[in-house]
Design a protein. Structure first.
Length: 84
């Protein structure tokens, strides 16, 4: 007979029930932690994929002679129809 079984025989029913309740609470807490860990890992992976996508995009060079009003005059019909 192993030590755990001998120990369980020495305690009363109320102690055994309390022990079982505590074991169940620990199992529930462990399951919740596993779910939280899985969610965090998934969120981290999604963030990493987004970061990779944006970091791999080429940089837009700055145009020093850019006139925003002129650009809108030339492109307003295309842009407004795209927005609508």
């Amino acid at each position: 007979m192993d030590v755990l079984k001998r120990g369980m025989n020495l305690i009363g029913d109320s102690e055994r029930r309390e022990f079982d309740r505590r074991c169940m609470r620990l199992k529930v807490q462990e399951a919740k932690l596993r779910v939280q860990r899985a969610e965090l890992l998934e969120e981290q992976q999604v963030k990493s994929e987004m970061d990779d996508e944006y970091l791999e995009e080429p940089l837009v060079s700055e145009i020093k002679e850019f006139d925003i009003q002129n650009w809108w005059r030339e492109n307003r019909t295309n842009e407004v129809s795209n927005i609508a």
